[in-house]
Design a protein around this ligand. Structure first.
Ligand SMILES: *[C@@H]1O[C@H](CO)[C@@H](O)[C@H](O)[C@H]1NC(C)=O
Ligand SMILES: *[C@@H]1O[C@H](CO)[C@@H](O)[C@H](O)[C@H]1NC(C)=O
Ligand SMILES: *[C@@H]1O[C@H](CO)[C@@H](O)[C@H](O)[C@H]1NC(C)=O
Ligand SMILES: *[C@@H]1O[C@H](CO)[C@@H](O)[C@H](O)[C@H]1NC(C)=O
Ligand SMILES: *[C@@H]1O[C@H](CO)[C@@H](O)[C@H](O)[C@H]1NC(C)=O
Ligand SMILES: *[C@@H]1O[C@H](CO)[C@@H](O)[C@H](O)[C@H]1NC(C)=O
Ligand SMILES: *[C@@H]1O[C@H](CO)[C@@H](O)[C@H](O)[C@H]1NC(C)=O
Ligand SMILES: *[C@@H]1O[C@H](CO)[C@@H](O)[C@H](O)[C@H]1NC(C)=O
Ligand SMILES: *[C@@H]1O[C@H](CO)[C@@H](O)[C@H](O)[C@H]1NC(C)=O
Ligand SMILES: *[C@@H]1O[C@H](CO)[C@@H](O)[C@H](O)[C@H]1NC(C)=O
Length: 510
């Protein structure tokens, strides 16, 4: 591969235009949305009225509730927020064994509120096959009786489905080889899919690239889990379809499509009822549960959804997602991370800033695009020196502040100098996709690495833009602007040259 870099580059070009074309072609389809899950295991949950005001202020228009809390449902009347309404697992037996109780449930939890509080879906149970396997036999009856009760109330447009854990799909990587757990398939999944197909309801899935990354023990690259750009040679390639997977979430969705297709259902859409990344965890067990990585995952997720590029297998279909979750649930038992999945603390203070400029105004606080590029932890000094030399040389990054006597000369350490040079290059490329890569030894951070008199380029630029310059408008929807493609050549060539030393095309493993 190293002897002939051009085909790879051509491939990139073609791939790029395909991606742009697909995005443009899908504009007419129903727009995917990003919503949030609202769990209520908090010691100081905001009042229903405050939650409604908070959602409005943050421009959040889609939420999923685990329980049909009548206080929140009525407070949301007229707030312009659609609700995916949950049925807790402990109500399945009642609903699955009597049509009358399903009718009563609809009469009590939906009719008083809809349409002032629009109900977008009913999510019956949560991860029933793993959480309460003995309730599995009543799950389908519960879906059917709720669906019938909704139809009787003229509300058959509200889809009824059940959020499943990803573990019902076996051998998910590469996606083309995925299949449903056979034990569950005939008794449960086949009739479920028939029901979903008949009623036009989506397959609801809780998808956590975080856990896929954690459990893979290094087989899944962190960048792939975080939607960070990878060098093409590091992208996961499905050997059967030759599709490239730039992120784990897309691979999970395609694994679901393949599993459904194996049961002859090829048109049931996927709705991602949960996905997210924890911002805190026990440092030894979950070192990747940090605000920086949580912000990276959720920001990139939002951009990915609004970019509407679908998945490699179905570019025309971009699943909507509910982020897990709106508030930290401090009362949740278990490991530290359990209580640390929120975008906000229970009092409404943001845990970290999201960066999804151009994503259609989801989250009002989400207006900063304050990212920096710096040397990754654990990168070895020789690679850092080589990348530093490249950035300040052929990369034409402005490294004048690294000269002896200048503001960022001290500490005179290759790691510090490389960080400055990486950020200088990254900012000079307007933070284009792939410009904070340096063969994997650079990482994007939301923490300003400036120290003392040494102001990093990203920090300087921010103050320029806050005065109204249009110079650093970020790429809309995660697709690099056309013009920047040629500017990236240098970096791509640099990557290719270095790949000769290090990598060969990797296939999916897990
Ligand atoms: C419940 O309603 C469904 C659909 O209308 C019907 O097929 C089923 O027989 C009913 N079950 C009972 C126990 O009445
Ligand atoms: C359902 O809708 C039909 C036609 O729109 C209407 O005639 C009927 O009264 C409605 N039934 C209920 C229970 O609202
Ligand atoms: C398949 O599902 C069954 C029933 O839930 C479970 O006991 C079994 O462990 C699953 N198989 C695999 C390989 O996960
Ligand atoms: C699923 O629904 C589609 C139409 O939406 C239909 O064409 C197809 O035959 C259905 N598949 C099955 C297996 O029922
Ligand atoms: C899917 O369709 C094929 C061809 O019609 C058939 O042979 C196969 O049994 C079907 N699979 C299932 C699970 O229904
Ligand atoms: C909100 O809660 C967080 C975490 O407990 C705390 O750090 C922060 O100071 C609180 N903010 C306000 C405005 O009380
Ligand atoms: C979020 O926005 C609110 C209202 O605009 C503001 O009061 C608050 O300080 C912001 N929080 C952060 C973390 O920027
Ligand atoms: C390079 O950076 C220095 C210090 O930040 C600045 O004074 C100089 O104008 C920059 N040079 C160019 C060509 O932008
Ligand atoms: C940028 O602006 C912030 C807030 O206005 C200020 O604290 C910071 O020092 C400024 N940075 C530079 C490089 O001027
Ligand atoms: C930014 O660009 C838009 C259109 O290109 C222009 O209308 C607007 O005035 C510019 N804003 C500033 C602050 O330069």
């Amino acid at each position: 591969m190293g002897s002939n870099p051009y085909p790879l580059f051509l491939f990139l070009l073609i791939h790029y235009f395909l991606a742009v074309g697909a995005a443009a072609g899908s504009r007419s389809a129903k727009a995917p949305f990003v919503g949030v899950n609202i769990g209520t295991d908090l010691s100081n949950l905001l009042s229903p009225a405050d939650i409604a005001a908070f959602l409005k202020a943050q421009q959040i228009q889609h939420v999923r509730l685990y329980d049909a809390d009548s206080g929140i449902l009525s407070a949301l009347a007229g707030a312009g927020v659609s609700v995916a309404l949950g049925v807790p697992n402990d109500q399945l037996i009642a609903l699955g064994s009597s049509n009358a109780s399903a009718a009563a449930w609809v009469a009590r939890h939906i009719l008083p509120f809809d349409p002032d509080t629009p109900i977008s879906a009913v999510a019956v149970g949560d991860e029933v096959p793993t959480a309460v396997p003995n309730a599995l036999p009543v799950l389908l009856p519960a879906l059917r009786s709720l669906s019938a009760a909704l139809a009787a109330a003229n509300l058959s447009s509200i889809p009824v489905s059940t959020p499943l854990p990803f573990s019902v799909i076996l051998d998910p990587f590469p996606p083309s080889q995925a299949y449903f757990n056979q034990t569950l398939a005939s008794a449960f999944l086949l009739p479920l899919l028939q029901f979903l197909n008949d009623t036009g309801a989506p397959l609801m899935l809780n998808l956590y690239p975080y856990y896929a990354f954690m459990q893979s023990r290094g087989a899944v690259p962190l960048d792939n889990a975080l939607f960070r750009p990878l060098a093409p040679a590091l992208e996961e390639v499905d050997p059967n379809t030759l599709l490239h997977y730039t992120n784990v979430l897309d691979a999970m969705v395609d694994a679901a499509y393949v599993s459904m297709r194996n049961l002859n259902f090829s048109t049931v859409p996927v709705l991602i009822t949960e996905t997210g990344w924890p911002h805190n965890g026990a440092r030894r067990d979950e070192p990747h549960a940090t605000p920086d990585l949580a912000s990276t995952y959720n920001s990139n997720l939002i951009r990915h959804v609004f970019g509407r590029t679908g998945t490699p297998m179905r570019p025309e279909a971009t699943p909507s997602v509910y982020i897990y979750e709106l508030f930290d649930e401090d009362l949740r038992p278990g490991p530290v991370s359990e209580a640390s999945w929120g975008l906000f603390y229970g009092n409404g203070t943001a845990v970290y800033l999201l960066r999804s400029t151009g994503a259609g105004g989801f989250l009002a606080n989400d207006t900063t695009d304050r990212t920096y590029c710096m040397a990754a932890e654990g990168a070895d000094r020789r690679s850092l020196q080589a990348a530093l030399d490249w950035a300040c040389g052929p990369g034409r990054a402005n490294c004048s502040d690294l000269q002896p006597g200048e503001s960022c000369y001290l500490p005179n350490d290759v790691r510090d100098h490389a960080s400055y040079a990486f950020d200088s290059y990254y900012q000079s490329q307007s933070k284009a996709a792939g410009s904070c890569y340096f063969q994997g030894i650079a990482m994007i951070t939301t923490t300003d690495p400036s120290h003392g008199n040494c102001i990093f380029p990203g920090s300087k630029q921010m103050n320029m833009t806050s005065e109204g310059s249009n110079a650093t408008e970020t790429s809309k929807a995660g697709i690099p602007p056309r013009l920047r493609l040629t500017e990236q050549n240098n970096n791509i060539v640099f990557m290719i040259l270095n790949m000769i030393l290090v990598v060969s095309v990797s296939t999916m493993r897990l």
